[in-house]
Design a protein around this ligand. Structure first.
Ligand code: ADP
Ligand code: MG
Length: 238
């Protein structure tokens, strides 16, 4: 695992969201938000509560309607595609509530997407021993490994994960971040992760974005953001 280890691929083959404006009724949340992530690249999305991180991911996924802007994946224009069609086109997201079924087993989750626990266990070995366990009986970290693993086994062009380690211990977060880094390093997927452990995510991501009031206020190499911790905190408050 190394920050920025893989040479990122052609940005046109990854995620290109341009000029997104979106909100909820009269409440405008995203204003002219743009985000490009190349295959092989891992980008951290940072920002305080209410900055618009979840809304940005939901708008890209087609789960919040946009007033303007475009979403392209691998060069295909998905701006008017349904959420399901976006998933079919390789745009996969893991919501902040993980989107799992507590009463189904870990193995049942993977068979629902035509895969197996063994495939996900290549990235998260602990899953191998959990195949028969109900997801509701798994720890928070195990559940997030299931949720992220379900995204990975679809071999997406883009994988977006909202609040990767919300409520989890730093060591558990580190394993999940390493899993996403490995996915990016495999070279086929553009990885977007919303994460509160700022130092941990910037240590493994290639690039970081700061969202504030629905706009991208910083978009820089992860190392540059890490080296400017004071400025980063100011950007959060700004
Ligand atoms: N379903 C919703 N209806 C109305 N307003 C919402 C809804 N979801 C989020 N918001 C508002 O949109 C803004 C951005 O929220 P959100 O995207 O969840 O931010 P973040 O994920 O960065 O914490 C906040 O002001 C929030 O109150
Ligand atoms: Mg959020």
């Amino acid at each position: 695992m190394s920050a920025g280890g893989a040479a990122a691929g052609d940005i046109a083959q990854g995620l290109a969201a341009e000029g997104l404006c979106a909100g909820y009724g009269d409440a405008k949340v995203l204003s002219d938000l743009s985000l490009q992530v190349a295959p092989g690249e891992m980008v951290a999305v940072l920002g305080r509560n209410g900055a618009g991180k979840t809304t940005a991911l939901m708008a890209i996924a087609g789960l919040v309607p946009t007033d303007s802007g475009t979403v392209r994946v691998g060069g295909a224009d998905l701006t008017r595609a349904s959420p399901g069609a976006r998933v079919g086109a390789g745009l996969v997201s893991v919501p902040d509530d993980r989107g799992l079924f507590p009463s189904l087993s870990v193995a049942e989750h993977f068979s629902l997407v035509g895969s197996s626990v063994d495939e996900a266990a290549e990235t998260f070995p602990a899953l191998a021993g959990l195949a028969g366990r109900r997801v509701g009986a798994c720890s928070g970290g195990e559940q997030q490994q299931v949720a992220v693993g379900l995204g990975m086994v679809r071999r997406p062009k883009v994988l977006m994960v909202d609040e990767l380690s919300m409520g989890l211990a730093p060591q558990v977060a580190a394993e999940l971040l390493a899993g996403l880094r490995a996915l990016a390093d495999a070279g086929e997927t553009a990885v977007v992760v919303v994460e509160q452990f700022v130092d941990a995510v910037l240590a493994v991501a290639d690039r970081g974005l700061v969202l504030s009031e629905g706009r991208v206020t910083r978009d820089e190499p992860a190392a540059a953001l890490l080296a400017d911790r004071g400025g980063l905190e100011a950007a959060y408050l700004g």
